[in-house]
Design a protein around this ligand. Sequence first.
Ligand code: SF4
Ligand code: SF4
Length: 321
Amino acid sequence: MTKPKVGFYWCASCGGCEEAVVDLHEAILDVVAAVDIVFWPCAMDFKRTDVEAMADGELAVCFINGAVRTSEQFEMVELLRRKAGVVIAFGACAQSGGIPGLANFTSKAAILANVYEDTRTTVNPHKTYPQATVQVPEGTLTLPVLDETVRALGQAIPVDYYLPGCPPPAKLIADAVGAILAGTLPAPGSVLAPNVGVCHECTRKETKPEKMLVTQFKRPHQVLIDPAQCLLAQGLVCLGPDTRSGCGAACPAGNMPCTGCLGALDQVRDFGAKALSGLASVLDAGEDAAIDAGLAGVPDPAGTFYRYSLPASELFAKLPE
Ligand code: SF4
Ligand code: SF4
């Protein structure tokens, strides 16, 4: 029997999502037995021309991680969209922009100036910047062009499913592969993770007070964290109540607050606004000075609440050009 063909691709990505596939451990052998992996630049030496040679729709599924920031990434995801029956945005960067998406708080020009002129270790007296094309005796060399902004995958091409997380937990990946093979994927557009908050699977949930009141938020290095108590009740910025579960509450289990990498629940339009609102609702402060003091432990609110989702957020849509 012909096995379904599967591809993996990475765009603006740290490589962690590729590692997450390897985190399947021996279960990856079952995946390889059930499908033909025909494109995976991180692990196998297939070329773009191999993808171009495929018939449209020849790939049953393509998992794409990373955000879209360059002309090359956009060309590749458009090509893979044509070649794949199902495209899965794999990981927070593909789902909503992720960590690379924080670059949208500044401009392309400012980023290039910082990298090629301003950093202390840069010596660039002639202000030499990379060029998209360069003539050499052998011909024309080209480089991808950096886009003005970072885009989530769904802002560049139509996406069928979202596999959240930074990176996606191995269990969610295994469940998604199982659903693909069994033909039991949910409705297109679905996020392939439970639609309940991280608190739901957190071992500290019994210690989460019914009525939470916090007078001052603190950063993890500022307190001796009680390993059994709810982190939010201890004044740490734990975004578990507003973050989709599926990770086994791994960060709270490791004594670190949830930072929101699995993103918003289905009913939430903007993760950052929801998380900010959730935190504000437990802050026990009335006067401006008390509010400022209480929020001193959140030194970078935009980066805290939009750490994984700025490009796809309502906030970014409202930022000035
Ligand atoms: S989602 Fe996280 S692990 Fe995956 S590429 Fe982005 S930063 Fe890396
Ligand atoms: S530690 Fe965080 S995830 Fe766990 S119950 Fe408290 S708020 Fe929820």
